[in-house]
Design a protein around this ligand. Structure first.
Ligand code: IPM
Ligand code: MG
Length: 367
């Protein structure tokens, strides 16, 4: 079976971090015999500049056909004044929605070499390894009605939180399946105390658990308390499953526990395609960082680790994924640092390219 990959570098630092990923992909081809059919296309502001839309129909169609989409980042000040419907972010949201990528996996792992970068104490975060499973295709991000309307002489902004049983069911299953391969614990977060959608969420997650995953330890938490617990003692968690909006917030909180947004990958998975592989999109959690774009300062690790997730979840290459993750860990342990990670004494400052070089060298050394 050929491995097909669509690369969408996007905006800001997207292209420069993706350039490092491309070298890593080539390495796996040359040294591990893992051949990928790679194509590249535009997304976000880069697509708007050429097509007048943040994602062309032809790009959307291609994304549906490949084994995995790898995305850099979208957005930038240049596009802030665009109409909402063609803003760069809409390109990303269209990919998520039309590919039906309902399970967004956001690991928050604290690399030991970076434990002192967290705003929390070392013993609170060192060794941290949690996985947030965020529902990605429904909820208040997509619910209708939505819009800004006139009502009694003033404007009113409306968004709708909406979840069907089947939408909750499928993301709950994804969380339980993952938990079985990790710490076997799931904590589900909603606001069942104030929201009907939260009441339904809790009921369905509990029912899926009782019917098919009684061996997994399940707890429920209100999402606000969940945010507090994430900061107080994050190591109590293994897998967290939550809705689209709470997941957006809680994953940013979890990200900061690990010290740098520049380190965190994500995977967004949908239903299996005809060849048995899930529809999938991989992207760093960080944004397009327009303030440092084009300067070779960006940390490519999050994007490189996103490719590691692709190796694991799309290409069934768990061992090679681990090889890549360990190479990143080794480089950090050796004190190699991009600008976002520069505060430790004795660290070696490197550019985006330099970080790529160091990871490639660590890969070579792994053979
Ligand atoms: C994220 C981002 C996106 C979101 C934006 C860019 C649309 O914050 O992936 O977490 O809100 O989902
Ligand atoms: Mg976010």
């Amino acid at each position: 079976m050929t491995n097909t990959l669509l690369i969408l570098p996007g905006d800001g630092i997207g292209p420069e971090v993706m350039a490092e990923v491309t070298r890593i992909i080539d390495w796996f081809g040359a040294r591990r015999g893992l051949k990928f059919g790679v194509s590249e296309d535009l997304v976000g502001g880069a697509a708007y500049d050429v097509h007048g839309v943040p994602l062309a129909d032809a790009t959307m169609a291609r994304a549906q056909q490949v084994d995995a989409v790898l995305l850099g980042a979208v957005g930038g000040p240049k596009y802030d004044s665009l109409d909402f419907s063609v803003k760069p972010e809409r390109g990303l949201l269209r990919l998520r929605k039309e590919m039906d990528l309902f399970a967004n996996l956001r690991p928050a792992q604290c690399f030991d070499a970076l434990a002192d970068f967290s705003s929390l104490k070392r013993d609170v975060v060192s060794g941290l390894d949690i996985m947030i499973v965020r529902e990605l295709t429904s909820g208040v991000y997509f619910g209708e009605p939505r819009g800004i309307f006139e009502e009694n002489g003033q404007r009113v902004g409306i968004n709708t939180q909406r979840y069907t049983e089947s939408e909750i069911d499928r993301v709950a299953r994804a969380a339980f399946e993952l938990a079985r391969k990790r710490g076997n614990k799931v904590c589900s977060m909603e606001k069942a105390n104030v929201m009907e959608s939260g009441i339904l969420w809790r009921e369905v997650v509990q029912a899926v658990h009782d019917a098919d995953y009684p061996d997994v330890e399940l707890s429920h938490m209100y999402a606000d308390a969940g945010g507090m617990q994430l900061c107080r003692w994050p190591k109590q968690f293994d897998v967290i499953v939550t809705d689209n909006l709470f997941g957006d917030l809680l994953s940013d909180v979890a990200a900061m526990l690990t010290g740098s947004l520049g380190m965190l990958p994500s995977a967004s998975l949908g239903a299996p395609r005809a060849n048995g592989r899930p529809k999938a999109l991989y992207e760093p959690v960080h944004g397009s960082a327009p303030d440092i774009a084009g300067q070779g300062k960006a940390n490519p690790c999050a994007c490189i680790l996103s490719f590691a997730m692709a190796l694991r979840y799309s290409f069934d290459q768990g061992d090679e994924a681990t090889r890549l993750e360990q190479a990143v860990e080794k480089v950090l342990a050796d004190g190699v640092r991009t600008a976002d990670l520069m505060q430790a004494e004795g660290a070696t400052p490197v550019s985006t390219r330099g970080m790529g070089d160091a990871i490639l060298a660590a890969l070579d050394a792994s053979l």
